[in-house]
Design a binder for this molecule. Structure first.
Ligand code: 4AD
Ligand code: MG
Length: 440
């Protein structure tokens, strides 16, 4: 249609408009894909889907004419078409309405569609580029888009500046073992595990910054909550202590989750989450120390020595009966990254807070105050076995206008997994990257 002014091009209606008040009797033009289809004698029943929904289309050979009818009857599942017709009521059709077409144009008849029920998970992952057309995936990725928009709205309202840190880096920021390394013109390069160190640099002079970028983890863990590539929302705030940081995280999560519950009730229900469960998360979220977590775990039959990490099983046990997220604070410093601020009153722990999602889903945010003391920071780098020379630029930040600051990293897919009650985190991202797969 090149050359035809936009205003003169044929207008198409949305499926949604068919279900509006007063639509019955209207002539509509639709375009979309075949979600289901069957023909019997001179009748063809199609369910046609566009971005706004799906509607039954009942075509008659008598009305379309034999040849156009036969062409339309060849349409496969996921074949593409456009049509013109009249909206009618039909109590047997989903939503009580259908379209009776006067013409159907086949855009792509489609090859036999290879996706159906009861196929193996491996096959479905091989065909992921087609599987993501499923109603559940469509709903999931709408919620994801809404969640990202909600985070951005909250951060803009809180006067936090969006920034764009790099993905290709010269040092692993979060622990060398789990960094993807590659050859950067003869020198080692790493895919970013966290934007944090760059956000700390951008903190001055902006004071409040964030980034929403992919992070990469070369973790071989085959668990339902690990991806090798995930979307990371990271915020860094100047003049912020641990309590203020937890207040911020709580506000951010409540704002985002409430917005999504209001914007996507249909999608949430479809995926098995009642929107009001998300709208009435009790605040404040409970805040317990690592030590208190160990005590709670002991009562549940887990006997962990001080210094032991909380793994998936422990996090699940701590949150299984919770209805809202909980904070765990003041971890032993050996469990956490080199940049975390030592607790002023206890040299064994750091000013860190993990936020765990309820119902057994576990860690969704990792947060901490950052060490500002140059000597202690250097010492922590050395004891972690890191080459200090490579972190010189980062140490510079402690030499020029260093101020108390704190930050957080939120795993977007982890949050969605909990919100949407998905068994596996891969269902929250269209093309999941895991140790066993990076295609399609
Ligand atoms: O706890 P992590 O490793 O913390 C950091 O990277 C900090 N530097 C962030 C910061 O303070 N700016 O990761 C943060 C969050 C986790 O809480 C989790 O939600 C998510 O990132 N995450 C993963 N999500 C999916 N798959 C993985 N393999 C993940 N690893 C971490
Ligand atoms: Mg963590």
């Amino acid at each position: 249609m090149a050359g035809v002014p936009v205003s003169d091009r044929p207008r198409f209606d949305t499926v949604r408009s068919i279900f509006e008040d007063g639509a019955v009797g209207r002539t509509v033009r639709l375009r979309g894909w075949v979600l289901r289809g069957r023909s019997s004698g001179g009748l063809l029943f199609l369910v046609v889907r566009d971005r706004t929904g799906s509607v039954q289309v009942t075509a008659k050979r008598d009305v379309l004419g034999t040849e156009p009818f036969e062409r339309a009857a060849q349409l496969q599942l996921e074949g593409a078409l456009q049509l013109e017709g009249t909206v009618a009521t039909d109590p047997r059709a989903p939503g009580g309405r259908e379209v009776r077409p006067t013409s159907i144009t086949v855009i792509d008849v489609g090859a036999p569609y290879p996706i159906f029920h009861d196929q193996t998970e491996e096959f479905r992952l091989d065909k992921r580029h087609l599987v993501i057309r499923s109603q559940d995936h469509v709903a999931t990725f709408r919620v994801k888009a809404e969640l990202l928009a909600a985070f951005r709205r909250f951060l803009a309202a809180e006067d936090v500046l969006e920034t764009t840190p790099p993905i290709l880096t010269g040092i692993p920021a979060e622990g060398g073992a789990e960094a993807f390394q590659f050859d950067y013109f003869g020198r080692p390069g790493y895919l970013s595990q966290t934007a944090q160190l760059y956000l700390e640099a951008l903190l001055v002079p902006n004071e409040r910054v964030y980034a929403l970028t992919p992070s990469f983890r070369a973790e071989k863990s085959r668990t339902p909550r690990h991806l090798t590539e995930y979307l990371h929302l990271e915020v860094e705030l100047a003049w912020c202590d641990l309590d203020q940081l937890m207040d911020f995280m709580e506000r951010m999560l409540i704002a985002a989750v409430t917005d999504v519950a209001k914007a996507c009730p249909k999608e949430l229900k479809q995926l098995g989450r009642a929107p009001d469960e998300l709208e009435r998360l009790a605040v404040p979220f409970s805040r317990i120390t690592y030590q208190e977590a160990l005590d709670r775990l002991k009562a549940k039959g887990f006997d962990l020595a001080w210094g032991a990490d909380l793994r998936t099983a422990e996090e699940a046990a701590l949150t299984m009966e919770e209805r809202a997220p909980i904070f765990i604070t003041h971890f032993p410093k050996e469990l956490k990254a080199f940049y975390m601020l030592q607790t002023p009153t206890d040299a064994r722990t750091v000013e860190a807070a993990d936020l765990l999602a309820p119902e057994g889903y576990g860690e969704i945010i990792g947060a901490s105050c950052r060490e500002t003391d140059l000597a202690r920071l250097t010492e922590r780098l050395v004891s972690t076995g890191i080459d200090v020379a490579e972190y010189e630029w980062y140490l510079d930040l402690r030499r020029h206008g260093s101020v108390p600051h704190a930050g957080l990293g939120l795993g977007v897919e982890r949050v969605l997994r909990w919100m949407l009650r998905r068994e596996h985190i891969r269902e929250t991202t269209p093309f999941p990257r895991t140790p066993s797969r990076h295609t399609p």
